[in-house]
Design a protein around this ligand. Structure first.
Ligand code: UDP
Length: 455
């Protein structure tokens, strides 16, 4: 551990969603390991478990949505947080900054050079500006999807969104096709435009953009980014490989599935998880269940109790005969230790919604993917997986059990899947090189620290 920068305190503010909290706390752990002291300001809604990070200082602020069921969070709530948290965050930062000015000893005397906040919490730029505090933005998804959000915002302003065929290539954004764009399949266009447009504008106004990605993975998107966003860019991912942080999981991870994986042959198991937010309807659930059972591949399935459209429902209603059929072949948990699962030798494929963390975690363990993206950036991530890196195949939305069964077998037992496994193994190696000494992510981390200390 480097001690020389202890005495400089970094203040971080995550967006309170699982897929955003994880990378922010991983980044905090990386910076702590480099000698910075860490304060996390966070909403009461989905507040992180501070006991897993005893070396950090946690400060909750009011958010106006703390009573919300985490399964009901929507884009509108994220927009609300961008309004409700303005005053509480400003007051909190002001207190921290003035404590620094009046105290001569203790942790409070540590200078605070900047704020590091999630890009989607775009209001933080205005708050930081009002306090003359530089802000670095952390974007927790792919560079590619950020560029398409930026283009989306421009298209919207020009009123020229594509309304044509879903399969048409978007010429400005290869390799995307129209149906990958974020405005498709959403009923809250205004809200989405406001949120994404502000995220992009305020990221542009920031003092630097931090990415949980790595140079070799997104070379061409990074080149475009540097043309469109003339601000410093720090590509220091995959964060969890640079520093394996303590768990920032909001739900309790069920470790019993690791013992079950220990009983399965190498690369035989398909791991199935749609992350922390996606919900599905009854019909999809039944098709998934029988597709998995009929594939004859062993599977580990994460079924969150809140993953059903019907919010009254607690937990799954298993189709008749399903649990008997899968005895010994399937393991079902409510929430898994995903990084350990993907690293387990028995896991040979990942059926995922392509949230960015899941996508990166799969690449880092050399696990090919079956992609079923649902909303937001997921379609763009899935397109990269299936058509650019070619380490996965896409499943059509509303697939029926026969299609699911065939796709699983293509991934898990056929030559096509074997080729994807070889390609993803090579991406895994590239990720390892990036985070090793002298690698691009390590160098970028040095640049980030220099930037922080220059403020
Ligand atoms: N995750 C987990 N256990 C699970 C499923 C997911 O710990 O059973 C973690 C996963 O490792 C990842 C995060 O939750 O870090 C999900 O983030 P992602 O960006 O993939 O999806 P989101 O939940 O934001 O849709």
């Amino acid at each position: 551990m480097e001690q020389k920068r202890r005495g400089v305190r970094l203040v971080l503010f995550p967006c309170p969603l699982q897929g955003h909290i994880n990378p922010m706390l991983q980044l905090a752990s990386i910076l702590y390991s480099k000698g910075f002291s860490i304060t996390i300001i966070h909403t009461r809604f989905n507040s992180p478990n501070s006991s897993n990070f005893p070396h950090f200082t946690f400060i909750p602020i009011p958010d106006g949505i703390s009573d919300l069921d985490p399964n009901s969070i929507s884009l509108a709530h994220l927009s609300l947080l961008n309004i409700n948290c303005v005053v509480p965050l400003r007051d909190c930062l002001l207190r921290l900054l003035s404590n620094h000015n009046i105290t001569t000893s203790s942790a409070e005397a540590e200078p605070i050079p900047c704020l590091i906040s999630d890009a989607i919490m775009h209001f933080t730029q205005g708050v930081a500006d009002s306090l003359n505090l530089p802000r670095l933005a952390l974007r927790t998804s792919s560079v590619e999807s950020f560029l398409s959000f930026a283009a989306f915002s421009v298209s919207w302003q020009k009123n020229c969104l594509p309304d044509s065929q879903l399969e048409t290539p978007v010429t400005e954004l290869p390799p995307l096709i129209v149906k990958d764009l974020p405005m498709i399949n959403t009923f809250t266009l205004d809200c989405m435009y406001q949120l994404l447009g502000s995220m992009v504008d305020q990221a542009k106004a920031s003092s630097g953009l931090i990415w949980n990605s790595f140079d070799d993975l997104e070379q061409s998107a990074l080149a475009t980014l540097s043309q469109q966003f003339p601000i410093p860019v720090f590509t220091i991912g995959p964060f969890h490989k640079l520093f394996s942080a303590s768990s920032s999981s909001l739900l309790t991870q069920d470790h019993s599935c690791i013992a079950w994986l220990d009983t399965q042959p190498p690369k035989s198991v398909i791991y199935v998880s749609y992350g922390s937010l996606v919900s599905i309807d009854e019909a999809e659930f039944v098709e998934m269940a029988w597709g998995l059972a009929n594939s004859n591949c062993p599977f580990l399935w994460v079924v969150r109790s809140g993953m059903f459209h019907d919010s009254e429902r607690v937990g799954p209603l298993w189709p008749d005969g399903f649990l008997e059929t899968i005895k010994g072949k399937g393991c079902i948990v409510e929430w898994a230790p995903q990084q350990d699962v993907l690293a387990h030798p028995a896991v040979g494929g990942f059926w995922t919604h392509n949230g960015w963390n899941s996508t990166l975690e799969s690449i880092c363990e050399g696990v090919p993917m079956l992609c079923l993206p649902c909303f937001g950036d997921q379609s763009m991530n899935a397109r990269l997986v299936s058509h650019v890196w070619m380490v996965g195949l896409q499943l059509e939305n509303k697939s029926e059990r026969g299609q699911i069964e065939r796709s699983i077998r293509r991934l898990m037992v056929e030559k096509e899947g074997e080729e994807m496994r070889e390609r993803v193994a090579s991406l895994k190696e590239k990720a390892e090189v990036c985070v090793n000494k002298g690698g691009s992510s390590c160098k970028s981390l040095e640049d980030l620290m220099a930037r922080i200390l220059s403020f």
